[in-house]
Design a protein around this ligand. Structure first.
Ligand SMILES: C[S@@+](CC[C@H](N)C(=O)[O-])C[C@H]1O[C@@H](n2cnc3c(N)ncnc32)[C@H](O)[C@@H]1O
Length: 202
C-alpha cells in the first residue's frame, strides 16, 4: 500500500528505519500517545532498548498502554533516577528531554521528536524552544556515528512559529563535516508539519 505522500511523521519513521538495527538503543524525546515509541520498539525488537521521555504522566500512561496492547512491557523512571541501566526493553521517563544526557547508558542509533502539544490532553502544554534546543544539542552530541535524529515540527499553535524558527536554525547550523541534514516540507501547504533530519557522519 502506498503511503500518504505528505504524512511527514511516516517519512520520519522511514528515515530512522534505514539506519536502525535490532538490538540497538533508540530514544523518543516526546512519548505523547506512544506511536513513535512503539515504532522504535518494533525497529530494535526484543533485544533492543527504547528510552522515551515526557513531562506529562498521562502521556506516559497512554504510551505504556499502547505498548502493552502490543504485548510490550515497559519500565517507569523519574528525574533523579538517571542514568538508566543498559537493558533490553522500553524505559518511560517522567522528565524533560532537556535532561536527556544524564539518562542514556550508551550512544543511541536513532532519536525521534514530535514537537508541539499532546493531542489527547492540555494543548497549552507545548514543547518550548529553549528546552527543545537543549535536547537537540544533546541528541547530536550523543548520537552514534551513522545514527539519525528526526524531528517533526508543528507551527500552527501559539509559539509554534518561534519554535520552528529555532529548530530550523539549529539544523542549518550543524557543522557539515559532522552532519548531513535534510528538510522535508509540504510545499503547497506551508502551515503543514514538516520534518528535519540529521545524520551523524561516521
Ligand atoms: C506531539 S506530542 C508527541 C506525540 C508522540 N510522539 C506520539 O507518538 O504520540 C508532544 C509531547 O511532548 C511532550 N513534551 C512537552 N515538553 C516536553 C519536554 N520538555 N520533555 C519531554 N516531553 C515534552 C508533551 O507532553 C507531549 O506529550
Amino acid at each position: 500500500m502506498s503511503r500518504v505522500l505528505t504524512r511527514v511523521v511516516s517519512w520520519g519513521h522511514e528515515f530512522l528505519a534505514e539506519v536502525i538495527e535490532p538490538g540497538q538503543l533508540v530514544v523518543d524525546l516526546t512519548a505523547g500517545n506512544g506511536h513513535d515509541t512503539l515504532m522504535l520498539q518494533q525497529l530494535v525488537g526484543p533485544t533492543g532498548q527504547v528510552i522515551a521521555f515526557d513531562i506529562q504522566s498521562v502521556a506516559l500512561q497512554n504510551t505504556q498502554q499502547r505498548l502493552a496492547e502490543s504485548g510490550v512491557a515497559s519500565r517507569r523512571w523519574q528525574a533523579g533516577q538517571a542514568p538508566i541501566p543498559s537493558a533490553a526493553g522500553v524505559d518511560l521517563v517522567a522528565a524533560g528531554h532537556q535532561d536527556l544526557q544524564g539518562f542514556l547508558p550508551t550512544a543511541p542509533q536513532g532519536i525521534i521528536a514530535n514537537l508541539g502539544y499532546f493531542p489527547s490532553g492540555d494543548r497549552q502544554i507545548v514543547t518550548q524552544p529553549e528546552t527543545t534546543l537543549r535536547a537537540l544539542q544533546q541528541s547530536c552530541k550523543l548520537l552514534a556515528p551513522g545514527g539519525r535524529l528526526a524531528v517533526v515540527v508543528y507551527t500552527g499553535h501559539q509559539g509554534g512559529q518561534e519554535e520552528g524558527a529555532a529548530v530550523d536554525g539549529f539544523f542549518s547550523d550543524l557543522n557539515r563535516d559532522d552532519f548531513q541534514t535534510l528538510q522535508l516540507k509540504v510545499t503547497n501547504r506551508p502551515e503543514a508539519p514538516y520534518l528535519q533530519v540529521a545524520e551523524k557522519r561516521c
